[in-house]
Design a protein around this ligand. Structure first.
Ligand SMILES: NC(=O)c1ccc[n+]([C@@H]2O[C@H](COP(=O)([O-])OP(=O)(O)OC[C@H]3O[C@@H](n4cnc5c(N)ncnc54)[C@H](O)[C@@H]3O)[C@@H](O)[C@H]2O)c1
Length: 326
């Protein structure tokens, strides 16, 4: 069992991860600015340490004595990052550089850096493997790619530092996001009985939130020589947006209509998750359909009573906090 600090632990993945870490016997400290509140931690608030702090500030006192850092804190999508490139650079790059070096100096043995599979940009190769060059297209993915490089350079025989590049995450979290492909399509199917698909042939790799959090927890225990200084893709299936829409209809109901509209964004992403399977034996246990079921059930159980609330949409929430003029 480990003492783990989760930055961004009040976020979409963070809330599910924190609960899982706790259930598996770890001691958890969450460090988060709470841009989206801390309501997602309500169930476990008493059982973990929660620190409202910015990773751009000195968080050494919280790093001290930990067995691992899982760094989820980030301005976590393209539109939010575009709102304020300076804070994005400071959060997704500068703070990560400082934190990884500080963790190493303080003798924290493991640093798990959560990057993104969008660091590749758009590739022609049918299988986007970790050895392909990174061609990030946005401020978000550039800052993530640059941070990886520094994190990996800090890896040595006493300090295990590496990155995970998740596909788009899907499914229910107590800090719900309704700005992610599968979750958006499911919401429209449930609420409007109608899904609008822009284009449709673009591929969007996804991974169930339970699986990605399960990976993060298992990464606490993998031997350093298998992962140190490296990056690992983590996805499930590479489906087109139209295929995902059809899966949503299969789960939500045949009365859901799918309308196709033209798009000027034909970007298609697809990643290979062979390395993480071959090197670590990690394979997803849940499907995209499972995520759709979970989100549908969350709506029917009244867990998302106000789906228009800006807190479910990162860019809207950040805008409402004046993030663009800070
Ligand atoms: N959700 C996805 O589809 C996806 C896909 C690939 C990678 N990722 C990465 O996974 C991580 C978690 O994503 P998420 O979907 O949970 O995002 P999220 O936006 O829900 O969570 C991020 C959390 O970080 C916190 N945060 C932001 N800046 C901070 C700072 N300076 N100091 C402390 N806390 C700060 C926010 O308050 C938020 O709670 C991010 O690094 C993201 O880039 C997410």
């Amino acid at each position: 069992m480990a003492k783990v600090i989760v930055t961004g632990g009040a976020g979409y993945a963070g809330c599910v991860l924190t609960e899982m870490l706790l259930a598996r016997g770890h001691e958890v400290t969450v460090v988060d600015t709470m841009y989206f509140g801390d309501g997602g931690l309500a169930k476990i608030r008493k059982d973990i340490a929660i620190v409202k702090a910015d990773i751009r500030s000195d968080i050494s006192e919280h790093l001290k004595g930990q067995d691992a850092v899982i760094n989820l804190a980030a301005i976590s999508n393209d539109p939010s990052s575009d709102l304020n490139p300076r804070i994005t650079q400071e959060t997704n790059f500068d703070a990560v550089v400082r934190m990884v070096r500080e963790a190493k100096r303080l003798g924290v043995p493991r640093f798990i850096n959560v990057s993104t599979s969008s660091v590749y940009g758009v590739k022609k190769e049918p299988n986007v493997t970790e050895d392909l060059p990174l061609e990030p297209l946005t401020i978000y993915s550039k800052t993530k790619a640059e941070a990886e490089e520094i994190v990996h350079a800090e890896n040595d025989s006493d300090f295990c530092a590496f990155s995970i590049r998740p596909a788009t995450v899907c499914g229910w979290s107590p800090r719900m996001r309704l700005d992610l492909t599968v979750n958006i399509l499911t919401m429209h199917a449930v609420l409007n009985k109608r899904i609008r698909v822009f284009g449709g042939n673009q591929k969007r790799p996804n991974i169930h939130i339970w699986d990605i959090c399960d990976y993060y927890e298992r990464l606490l225990k993998v031997p350093p020589n298998k992962v140190g200084g490296q990056a690992f893709n983590a996805g499930y299936e590479n489906h087109t947006v139209m295929e995902i829409a059809e899966m949503v209809r299969n789960v939500v109901g045949k009365d859901v209509s799918i309308a196709t509209e033209p798009t000027n964004d034909p970007r298609s992403y697809h990643i290979s998750s062979e390395k993480i399977r071959n090197v670590l034996g990690f394979e997803p246990k849940k499907t995209i359909a499972d995520a759709i079921h979970d989100v549908r059930d969350a709506f029917s159980e009244g867990l998302i009573p106000d789906p228009q609330n800006e807190k479910y949409y990162n860019v809207k929430a950040m805008k409402a906090q004046g993030f663009d003029s800070k």
